[in-house]
Design a protein around this ligand. Structure first.
Ligand code: SF4
Length: 369
């Protein structure tokens, strides 16, 4: 739960509490619910379920990681990344505001850690930070509490550089709704996690690289600093059409924004090109090609029209023919391990570079002189 995370883009995971309510199509197959509620019966999910705070020892872990900064930096040449949170959502309003205040205090006390805060409730962020501040101001110790100026500075628009703020966005409707909210929330580094990616999403113009969403307020400059894309794994996983992942890769390239392709998930291809050794997706270019090749090419797989809509029966394919749904892509349920992380033969593992990375690298260079 708290160290040596399996998630590709983080070093540690910090869960201040466990439990959540589904708020997005991206939550449909929530692995945290599957594990903590359905399998282990530890925490009941949903609006009536009680969130369970993790142990005091778990809360001390970030302080311990922070203290090991010099050793980690010497070994890896970068700062440690901490994902907050994988089994909960820090901007969930079902927890007492005091819990969020405690989380903010952990973030304040760990300046050597980059906290990667990922939420499906980005619309709550500004309001919850304000509530935390108001609650602190009513406490007897507010004049001496170092969290008060730290949070006041953030709310005033000068966010801490070591807190990266991310929104999960799984389709175009969520992008249109939540990217402006993310841009309106003060943050020095903002990112999107598009996992599970459930549709084609336009974030940047592929011609000019310009961000297609605006917040209409002063926090817009800097815009988006990083995009993570991944497909769904596990029981009931939904397929990610390869064109969706490629499009976001190309949009990020046009915009000069780091792109991290995390995983294909359950659905990929079972076909390898004999000459290049590369995994390759079969595509029916036309209805006629589907008629002649379906039996050999599909073999236990699924077919997606060019918009990613699954086609099962003959009439689905006829409709795709009549409505411009070809080419149709074949995918196979090979599982997360076999599908891997290569997109068109390449690993995409880019991260944003922050002012703290530059400062730390300068410090190291000075130390070596
Ligand atoms: S926000 Fe995350 S933890 Fe909460 S239900 Fe959705 S997927 Fe699960």
């Amino acid at each position: 739960m708290s160290e040596n995370s399996n998630i590709e883009w983080t070093d540690h995971t910090f869960n201040p509490w466990i439990g959540c309510t589904k708020v997005s199509p991206g939550c449909d197959n929530c692995y945290a619910e599957q594990m903590m509620d359905k399998r282990m019966h530890k925490v009941e999910w949903g609006p009536r379920g009680e969130r369970v705070r993790t142990s005091a020892a778990n809360w001390r872990e970030p302080i311990r990681w922070n203290a090991r900064h010099a050793q980690f930096f010497a070994e890896h040449g970068r700062r440690q990344r901490v994902f907050c949170a994988s089994l909960a959502d820090v901007f969930d309003t079902a927890v007492p505001i005091e819990w969020l205040i405690d989380v903010l205090d952990v973030w304040r006390q760990t300046p050597h850690l980059d906290k990667l805060v990922l939420t499906k409730r980005i619309g709550n962020a500004t309001k919850r930070l304000g509530e935390a501040f108001n609650t602190l101001m009513l406490r007897d110790d507010c004049a001496e509490n170092p969290l008060v100026p730290w949070l006041a500075t953030w709310i005033a628009g000068n966010a801490p550089a070591d807190v990266w703020l991310g929104a999960t966005v799984v389709n175009q409707a969520e992008a249109d709704r939540d990217i402006p909210k993310l841009l309106r929330t003060p943050a020095k580094t903002r990112f999107l996690s598009m996992e599970p990616l459930l549709g084609h999403v336009d974030v940047f113009s592929s011609a000019t690289g310009e961000l297609l969403h605006t917040s209409g307020n002063e926090y817009e400059p800097g815009a988006l600093d990083w995009i993570i894309v991944g497909g769904e794994s596990g029981a009931g996983a939904r397929p990610m059409h390869p064109a969706w992942a490629r499009s976001l890769r190309d949009q990020c390239a046009a915009a000069g924004v780091p792109y991290l392709f995390k995983q294909w998930g359950h659905w990929h291809t079972a076909v390898v090109d004999g000459s290049t050794g590369r995994a390759t997706f079969r595509e029916f270019a036309s209805f006629e090609q589907w008629v002649s090749k379906a039996q050999t090419w599909v073999a236990g797989g699924i077919c997606l029209d060019r918009h990613g809509v699954p086609l099962e029966r003959g009439e689905d394919f006829m409709r795709a023919r009549d409505e411009g749904g070809f080419p149709v892509t074949v995918m196979h349920g090979v599982g997360k391990k076999a599908s891997g992380r290569l997109l068109d033969g390449a690993i995409h593992d880019a991260f944003p570079v922050t002012s703290l990375d530059v400062g730390a690298a300068c410090g190291r260079a000075r130390g070596a002189m």
